[in-house]
Design a protein around this ligand. Structure first.
Ligand code: BGC
Length: 760
């Protein structure tokens, strides 16, 4: 893909060497000064050493450069679709382009680090910031984030990957500990960060507000040092989320480099005091300063003066991105695209047609350069003789009245087709609180019910940042999920309604039928400051698969104005070693009448897992553009990690040898192509035997099995194969050390030690 070759993404090592040299010239006061911001949006400059200030702004789907504290008006900037929309495009190249445009706007406004992307998992569809996050699947979120970061950073502007880690609810977000087991953390909540760090090296990572297993993310050396830096090779600096620092000295000791916003002399004096008192070593202090200084020096070099961005071009890109993110959920009888050769009168119903909901509230709120509405854009695209009628149908808060519904019904009746715009009002989705229900406002549901009773040809266009329920889904002919499509979302909707854009998005999150079906129900958001992730590795489609719960619309689902056929699954080998990669090739053909794009999805299913595993997991995907009738081959490469689970005994990824099924198709529920392969281990990789190992583990161990008869005999069973079923089970599940007692001391501690020596 083009973005991997961009020369600006290459990492010059010399900034770090320069930073290491510079830090030796800094006084303790200067180091402490650097580690806490200068106000809300800058780091301190140190003129004596020509260290400039770094200018930092939100993010993620547009630049929000503000002056001062809080959330006042920011500079006009392009508002791109929010992350839940962008992820539905499944188009990494598009995200990369959005990234480059975001960076150009940063350069134009003298911003060196953009606070995004956000990759937290959608543990519950109720989470208040889901609109700012990509997906319920770590691979998809990680790939989107990597493309975004590479795009932004290719233009000499840094990113801040957030919110690290397990930041999955808004309720009491600064105080609620996310409590999760090691495997759940490694398999679900870390991989999106891991992929983004390994593939794209963000200039910074933002440590979240919440504690993880009772240790604040900003002080969590397991997360910040061991995993992020040592295991993943992160080279940038760690910044706190705004106000996420508790014990700043503990933070610096754990690997935090920058407190934001700055706390004046508060943290500075604590750092100086801690160094004097020996609670913070000079080496640890330098370890925090160097990565920050490295980025400051790099940003200084990459800063371009006189950059102006073309707001028109960026708006056009925003419209394209919104168009690629549209998910066509239903289209009975091919109602869409609307055939304006036949349609003389159309009714646009719902206030969102004229005052769209196009972004979420909170720190990501952008001051857009312009806003397009579906109503205005459709008027521009249809013939001037086409009559476009309109009724608001509901209030800003989403309530309605009999009169508003009656008016909407009359407008709908007077037309040949009605398009109802509905979704979630601003007050429903916002940083800082979670939703309490999956339902749209009653006024929106009632309006759709009313209009569909009056007009048989109804298409619903939805504007919402995360999943909603649709009690009216059976009664309308078409449903187009338009998300929070950014400032040009209205244009993209008009493009799709008229057929200029063929919807190609796929759901990056499951739409459940009801709240009671969701994985973390009923304990979401968790209260009493403890969020216990009891559902473990089962969120999103992993959960619905395991429980056999049919969702309203499954993960990966999305229709098109054309159709696609899958064939020719070709897997490189039927038996592979875990050290080999395996190639998978598949053919996809556009079998319908118009050009379109298909997202080819590959999932892996382990047939007889040793540990509990999801039924299938997404391991690769590709978006393919195809003319009508065109066929193309798509190929993927699977590696060991694609078959692995996180082994909590070894604290590492591990493959259980055996049969794996490779499933390919157009959604998590439509995987027509399947092939089974056998994965073999290159070396017999058994867990080491200890005095606590069970006797059956000796029996199954290549070296241990020689001792099994001796152990059985010591227990009193001459021939275990002839033993009673219950006695045999008792023996097999017995830990080694117990044989000493059961043999009344005949099997000695010395014999036990000797055996253990021989089986290592
Ligand atoms: C949010 C971050 C944001 C920061 C700066 C925090 O409240 O959680 O996502 O980047 O504020 O506005």
């Amino acid at each position: 893909m083009i973005f991997t070759k961009n020369p600006l993404t290459q990492r010059p090592a010399d900034y770090s060497a320069k930073a290491r040299a510079l830090v030796t010239e800094m006084t303790l006061e200067e180091k402490a000064l650097l580690l806490s911001g200068d106000g809300w949006w800058h780091t301190h400059s140190i003129d004596r050493l020509e260290i400039p200030a770094l200018s930092i702004s939100d993010g993620p789907h547009g630049l929000r450069k503000v002056e001062g504290a809080g959330l006042p008006t920011s500079v006009p900037a392009t508002c791109f679709p929010t992350a839940s929309a962008l992820a539905s495009s499944w188009d990494t190249e598009l995200i990369w382009q959005v990234g480059t445009a975001l960076a150009e706007e940063c350069q134009a406004h003298d911003v060196q680090v953009l606070l995004g992307p956000g990759v937290n998992m959608k543990r519950s569809p109720l989470a208040g910031r889901n609109f700012e996050y990509f997906s319920e699947d770590p691979l998809l979120a990680g790939k989107m984030a990597a493309a975004y970061i590479l795009g932004v950073q290719s233009q000499g502007v840094g990113t801040s990957l957030k919110h690290y880690a397990a930041n999955n609810q808004e309720f009491e977000r600064m105080a609620t500990s996310s409590n999760l087991d090691e495997r759940t953390l490694r398999e679900l909540y870390l991989p999106a960060f891991e992929i983004a760090v390994k593939e794209a090296q963000p200039w910074s990572v933002m440590a979240a507000y919440n504690p993880v297993n009772h240790v604040y993310a900003t002080e969590n050396s397991l997360l910040l040092r061991d995993i992020l830096r040592t295991q993943w090779g992160f080279e940038g600096f760690v910044v706190s989320d705004w106000g996420a620092v508790h014990d700043g000295v503990a933070g610096v000791n754990a690997g935090l480099s920058l407190e934001m916003p700055g706390s004046g002399d508060y943290l500075r004096s604590k750092i100086i005091g801690a160094v004097h008192a020996g609670r913070l070593s000079p080496a640890k202090l330098d370890e925090a300063v160097v990565p920050l200084l490295t980025v400051i020096l790099k940003a200084k070099d990459r800063k371009r003066s006189g950059v102006a961005f073309d707001a028109g071009n960026h708006d056009a890109l925003a419209r394209r991105a919104a168009g690629e993110s549209l998910v066509l959920l239903k289209n009975s009888g091919g109602l869409l695209p609307l055939d304006f050769r036949q349609i003389k009168t159309i009714a646009l119903i719902g206030a969102f047609a004229k005052t769209p909901r196009y972004q979420g509230a909170g720190s990501s709120q952008v001051n857009p350069t312009r806003i397009s509405t579906a109503y205005d854009e459709l008027l521009k695209l249809v013939d001037k003789n086409t009559v476009v009628r309109y009724a608001a149908g509901y209030t800003e808060e989403g309530t309605t009245t009999e009169d508003l519904i009656e008016e909407a019904k009359q407008e709908a009746k007077a037309a040949e087709v009605a398009v109802v715009f509905a979704g979630l009002p601003n007050s429903y989705e916002c940083e800082g609180f979670d939703r309490s229900s999956l339902e749209m406002p009653a006024g929106h549901d009632q309006l759709i019910a009313g209009v569909s009773a009056a007009q048989p040809n109804v298409a619903v266009v939805l504007m919402n940042g995360s999943a909603v329920t649709m009690p009216w889904a059976e009664n309308v002919r078409a449903i187009l999920e338009a998300w929070l499509g950014g400032q040009a979302g209205g244009g993209a909707i008009a493009d799709a309604l008229t057929g200029r854009v063929n919807p190609s998005g796929k759901l990056a999150e499951t739409f459940p039928l009801r709240l009671e079906d969701t994985p973390s129900f009923p304990d979401f958001p968790s209260r009493i400051k403890e969020a216990n992730y009891g559902e473990g590795i089962f969120i999103g489609y992993r959960y619905y698969d395991a429980r056999k719960i049919a969702p309203l619309f499954p993960f990966g689902f999305g229709l098109s104005y054309t159709t696609f056929a899958y064939s020719g699954l070709l897997v490189g080998a039927t038996v592979v070693k875990e050290t080999d990669g395996v190639t998978v090739e598949v053919k996809v053909k556009n079998t319908g009448p118009v050009a379109g794009q298909e997202v080819v999805q590959l999932y892996v299913h382990e047939q007889r897992p040793k540990v509990v595993r999801p039924q299938k997991e997404l391991k690769a995907f590709a978006k393919v553009a195809l003319q009508a009738g065109e066929e193309r081959a798509v190929s993927f490469q699977l590696m060991k990690r694609d078959f692995a689970y996180y082994d909590t005994v070894r604290h590492d990824w591990n493959v259980n040898p055996g049969k794996f099924e490779i499933l390919v198709g157009s959604s998590s529920q439509d995987l027509p192509l399947r092939q089974t392969i056998e994965v073999e281990l290159t070396k017999q990789d058994c867990a080491p035997l200890t005095r606590y190992s069970l006797l059956k583990e000796f029996e199954n161990h290549p070296k241990g099995k020689a001792f099994y008869p001796q152990l059985a005999e010591a227990f009193g069973l001459g021939n275990p194969d002839e033993a009673d079923m219950a006695v045999r089970a008792f023996l097999d599940d017995m830990p080694l050390y117990k044989v000493c007692a059961f043999s009344e001391g005949k099997f000695t501690e010395q014999m036990l030690t000797e055996i253990l020596k021989q089986v290592q």
